[in-house]
Design a protein around this ligand. Structure first.
Ligand SMILES: [Zn+2]
Length: 297
């Protein structure tokens, strides 16, 4: 959690910024102002970023792009960092990408998102986007890892498979032990791929539920508290209670609330109002917190 404030930073909360570390990938979502320095404080180098995912072009979600791009260049990061964003904001992205003078070495392929669906696939799984309901074009993201298999230690032991033989079996799918061929299915069980969802500025809409469905980790905006539900709806935002209702309806395992309005001095109230409708694992995000993706089931 690089930043957890909506609209304006506070003394305790930076503008948005979220880095999802996912095997070899580092997906940087919505870097607001100051994200470069927040990464320093978090101890993450900019080379950890492999993809840049923007939900929309309000400043609290994108004014950190120039700093990140220029730091990619300064640090001579060799890998490309594709950038995803709503297609209607192409001009805004171009301005952020080329905001001012620097020796430009960064490789940032532009991937404008014009329709719902997958935007990237790879060893990490599938990254998809869906249109949300905010005051400007906004998309949410969902990352789905492919299902796989996991070794069962007791079954490995029963077949006498240990040490490097385990790696060999993983690589080739079968291995010969004492003249008998043992296949992967005999010593492993199905492992469901993990799912992550990122839902920023939006009113409640079908896409919120589709993104959050069965997510292991849901990071979702909860700008307002109950008493300001009318404001939330007017400005295209969620309340903590609405975000928690989504999590409950979608079977979310770990719910992370963020994007807090500076109008409320006590963030415990977000937790209280969310906990009324969601009895699962609930995190009210703080800047620089590290929140694990729950282990796959
Ligand atoms: Zn926002």
């Amino acid at each position: 959690m690089l930043g957890t404030a909506s609209q304006v930073p506070t003394r305790h909360r930076n503008h948005n910024g979220y880095l999802l570390r996912w095997d070899d990938e580092g997906l940087l979502f919505d870097p607001g102002e100051g994200t470069q320095r927040q990464m320093l404080l978090a101890g993450v180098p900019v080379s950890a970023v492999t993809r840049l995912c923007l939900t929309h072009f309000h400043g609290d979600h994108c004014l950190g792009v120039p700093g990140i791009v220029q730091r990619l260049s300064l640090d001579a990061v060799q890998h490309p960092v594709p950038a995803y964003f709503p297609a209607s904001g192409q001009d805004f992205f171009a301005r952020l990408r080329h905001a001012c003078l620097f020796y430009d070495l960064a490789d940032v392929p532009e991937r404008p998102v014009a329709a719902d669906g997958p935007v990237a696939t790879g060893a990490f799984g599938v990254l998809e986007a869906r249109t949300l309901d905010h005051s400007v074009d906004t998309i949410g993201y969902r990352l789905t890892e492919p299902d796989g298999r996991r070794f069962v230690p007791e079954l490995l032991a029963r077949h006498g498979i240990t040490g490097p033989a385990v790696g060999q079996l993983q690589l080739t799918g079968s291995i010969e032990i004492d003249g008998r061929l043992v296949g992967l299915p005999e010593v492993s069980e199905p492992r469901r791929g993990q799912r992550f969802a990122f839902v920023m500025d939006t009113r409640l809409c079908d896409a919120v539920y589709a993104l959050a469905d069965d997510a292991d980790l849901l990071v979702i905006e909860s700008t307002f508290l109950n008493e300001d539900a009318e404001l939330a709806s007017r400005y295209g935002h969620l309340t903590a209670r609405q975000a928690a209702c989504v999590a409950a309806a979608c079977g979310v395992r770990r719910l992370v609330l963020t994007h807090f309005s500076q109008r409320y001095p006590d963030s415990r109230r977000y937790r209280d109002q969310a906990a009324e409708v969601f009895d699962g694992d609930l995190v009210v995000a703080e800047d620089l917190a590290r929140i694990p993706v729950p282990r796959s089931r």
